[in-house]
Design a protein around this ligand. Structure first.
Ligand code: ADP
Ligand code: MG
Length: 253
């Protein structure tokens, strides 16, 4: 995608669980080469929104477009094959498999092929291609020295970066990251921020849910703030940090 191209367009998305309105009329855009943070207190509706963006769940009403096409009703796997990858709040690696094997799982998703389908019809040449792609992405994120280590033996910060490498193997233009900095040490957060800045410079669009405000404010281009299912503010970090409604939401006013 060209820099600045609208990658994700969210229009009037509402999600109800019975009588509870978890997302009410949410609208925003994300462009190529941009990082957007979604923030808000617990229960604000961030995970619900993320599940709809990644097609884990579908909206009650409203529209979501990815590169101009409606995605509601598609599956998460279809979207991963089409260039929309996500990571989860809790690390989902296979801890006793190698770093290389864990990353290669992501390459199966490229072009819409499912893991199971790929595993059933995996000839040698195809397997070599997947491993090559995994090696390339692990080098890109700085894990090239750890290809044969067990994934579970890595520090948490490296495990998070491995998950991103796995997502990159599917060749995404949009990355959705659920609390990527949670539990990381200061230096690990710095390494993660450097990686995300590099991906942004290469034209990737990134949306992240994150609680660590220092991490968010030093990294992202725009902040989208939610409370009780509503969008209460949107803007560059400098204006969000002094926005009265945002301060009120966070200080429990
Ligand atoms: P956040 O991620 O911002 O903490 P969530 O999106 O997880 O918030 O939750 C928003 C609201 O929706 C909460 O009140 C939560 O209890 C409710 N909720 C989330 N998922 C479901 C579900 N599958 N069924 C019923 N209620 C849900
Ligand atoms: Mg959540």
């Amino acid at each position: 995608p060209a820099k600045g191209e609208a990658i994700l367009e969210v229009r009037g998305v509402t999600k109800r669980f019975g009588g509870l309105v978890a997302n009410n009329d949410i609208s925003f855009d994300v462009h190529a080469g941009e990082i957007l943070a979604v923030i808000g207190p617990n229960g604000a509706g961030k995970s619900t929104l993320f599940n709809q963006l990644s097609c884990v769940d579908r909206p009650t009403s409203g529209e979501i477009r990815f590169r101009g096409r409606r995605i509601d009703g598609r599956t998460a796997r279809e979207m991963a094959g089409a260039g929309l990858s996500r990571t989860f709040q809790h690390v989902k690696l296979l801890p006793t498999m190698s770093v290389l094997e864990n990353a290669a799982i992501g390459a199966h998703l490229r072009g819409g092929k499912g893991v199971a389908a790929a595993a059933l019809r995996l000839d040698r040449r195809e397997e070599a291609r997947l491993l090559d792609e995994a090696r390339r992405q692990l080098g890109r994120v700085g894990l090239g020295q750890h290809l044969h280590a067990e994934a579970g033996s890595l520090a948490l910060g490296q495990q998070r970066i491995l998950e991103i490498a796995r997502a990159l193997c599917a060749d995404p233009c949009l990355l959705l990251l659920d609390e990527p900095a949670a539990g990381l040490r200061h230096l690990e957060k710095q390494a993660l921020a450097e990686l995300l800045k590099r991906l942004r410079a290469e034209g990737m669009a990134i949306v992240l849910v994150e609680h660590d405000m220092d991490f968010v404010m030093g990294l992202v281009d725009r902040v989208f703030v939610m409370e009780f299912g509503e969008q209460i503010a949107e803007g560059v970090p400098e204006t969000i940090q002094t926005n009265p409604a945002v301060l009120e939401a966070y200080l429990g006013g």
